[in-house]
Design a protein around this ligand. Sequence first.
Ligand code: NAD
Length: 174
Amino acid sequence: MARFSGKVAIVTDITTSKGQDLIISSTLKKFGQINILINNAGANLPDASGNTRSNCAIENLQKMLQLNLQSVVEMTQKTRPHLAKTRGEIVNISSIGAAARGLSAEDSLKFYNSMGEIPHCIPAGYCGQPEHLASVIAFLADRKASEYIVGQTIIADGGTSLVLGMHSVFGVKK
Ligand SMILES: NC(=O)c1ccc[n+]([C@@H]2O[C@H](COP(=O)([O-])OP(=O)(O)OC[C@H]3O[C@@H](n4cnc5c(N)ncnc54)[C@H](O)[C@@H]3O)[C@@H](O)[C@H]2O)c1
């Protein structure tokens, strides 16, 4: 497809060694080098009873850690030699809350947009879209633009974390 010219798309499971190796080898085959690793795959996986986070079954928690943490470490270890050659970048995408994980895309959008209508939930006033995160990643990947940013945590949440403290002190209107 034209949309993918100059790009390589791989469908695989990032929690498997085979999947990780396939992503790296396919990228090297197509581009000959690796300039950036973006650890973006992640999810809050419900267990068989539909429970998530601290309520979910321990086996499920292990799967979540494997996806959200272990695969990040493994991909970092495996790409490090290639990134060293290009003085490349690593961007990890993570969550401090991810309240709507496990919802369908439609329900998730509805949930966040309804939050966006309440100014003390999302000060930006609207639900963030993929491009809002993609532009931050592109900025970090562009060494000319972000050369002097090293090892920082950047929060792109429409200001939500700025008002979290206010929620606990003043409560949230029902
Ligand atoms: N949506 C939010 O509000 C939010 C907030 C904070 C952080 N995040 C983080 O952003 C990242 C992207 O999430 P999103 O909101 O775009 O959700 P999403 O579900 O749209 O994207 C997650 C992607 O990870 C992929 N994935 C899941 N398990 C995988 C596996 N085993 N192997 C390969 N790919 C796998 C999914 O196919 C999906 O494309 C996640 O790490 C998430 O924790 C999201």
